[in-house]
Design a protein around this ligand. Structure first.
Ligand code: G6P
Length: 355
């Protein structure tokens, strides 16, 4: 218990360590006036071709986010579940850069995909938390996420550190200067702290703890976070949870909605994406399923959502990072209400070393 620093679980401690984890991750990696990214680890990597990302579990959701960032910066990028990466089928050669995203650096599926990539002649890069891990040794390049030790089986701070590291890597590879984004990154620890300081989430969790199932919806950069929100919920509460792009709701999942299936909708950034998600939220409300909106604009969801979990407004690419903190807290407090063994869920391991 000494290691928990007064928190009930390592998971809550690690959720609360996220502002510090981001500061560590950014330390020395941006220029003085936030004009550019300085990743010395990639100084001799000059790559403008295809980037493939391989990962499992929560790290896969970070990889999806990395894929979107790379595409946004004009690069070709694809993410894969590491267990589905098959170099005989997937186009990979010496013009490809393959990034393995793995907190532990020891996940068998991810290591196996990286070995395949190496055999195919690709350049390989490990994005990992553990210095000297197998992934770090397998790859030509390594960028450490610097999250610090993560004890709880359910990954939290490593996910945010992976997101930020991949954002830095995307800017480096695309060779773009994004001062506005970099300034927002510097403010992210304070923004996360503001989410952590809010006191509404445990009460919202109590209201929905007895639900039958949970659905998480979002568009664009919120899709990986909707998937991650659902994964976290099922890992630590043992309840059915599903995440999907909000546009897919009407293509099947709508049939599952009842007054006992809350839908958690990620609605930030305003614009067309938010308007479309709000349209989807209306479809949920019409089926009498409770709606919990995670938003940076309370007024935009008034009248369509039963409950609001607020996040500060930030750069559009960082809005999903903030929304995710609310989802981590929501799962944590639902699991607490249900009396689950949060740090060590049944059947799960922190590191899976078999394929
Ligand atoms: C296990 C853990 C997950 C983790 C996944 C990938 O399934 O329970 O929390 O996301 O492995 O782990 P890695 O160390 O490769 O990021």
């Amino acid at each position: 218990d000494a290691g928990k620093s007064g928190y009930g679980h390592y998971m809550l401690k690690e959720i609360n360590e996220q502002p510090q984890a981001i500061r560590q991750c950014l330390q020395g990696r941006t220029s003085e006036h936030q004009q550019s990214v300085l990743l010395e680890e990639l100084a001799d990597l000059d790559h403008d071709g295809l980037v493939q990302l391989v990962a499992c579990g929560t790290s896969y959701h970070a990889a999806m986010y990395g894929e979107q960032l790379l595409q946004e910066r004009g690069m070709q990028a694809q993410s894969f579940f590491a267990s589905e990466y098959d170099a005989d089928r997937i186009a990979v050669d010496n013009e490809t850069l393959v990034i393995g995203v793995t907190q532990s650096g020891e996940t068998a599926d991810t290591l196996s995909a990286l070995r395949e990539a190496n055999r195919a002649g690709a350049a390989t890069l490990a994005v990992t938390n553990v210095v000297g891990s197998s992934a770090a040794r397998e790859c030509e390049y390594v960028v450490y996420i610097r999250a610090g030790p993560e004890i709880s089986v359910a990954a939290t701070k490593s996910f945010v550190s992976q997101q930020i590291t991949l954002a830095l890597i995307a800017s480096t590879l695309a060779d773009v200067s994004l001062p506005r984004f970099l300034r927002a990154l510097q403010r992210l620890p304070d923004h996360i702290q503001r989410v952590l300081d809010r006191t509404t989430t445990p009460a919202v969790a109590s209201e929905i703890a007895d639900s039958e199932a949970y659905f998480f919806i979002g568009r664009g950069t919120h899709v990986p976070v909707a998937l991650e929100g659902a994964l976290k919920m099922k890992e630590i509460t043992y309840k059915h949870a599903e995440g999907f792009p909000s546009g897919e709701l009407k293509h099947g999942p709508l049939a599952l909605l009842t007054p006992n299936t809350p839908v958690i909708a990620l609605v930030t950034n305003g614009g067309e994406t938010a308007t479309k998600t709000i349209g989807n939220v209306n479809e949920v409300a019409a089926r009498d399923a409770p709606v919990i909106a995670v938003t940076d604009a309370r007024e935009s969801v008034e009248g369509v959502s039963d409950t609001v979990l607020e996040v500060p407004r930030t750069h559009p690419w960082l809005a999903p990072v903030l929304a995710n903190v609310q989802l981590q807290l929501l799962s944590y407090w639902v699991a607490t209400r249900l009396g689950r063994p949060i740090d060590k869920p049944r059947h799960l391991a922190k590191t899976v070393t078999v394929e």
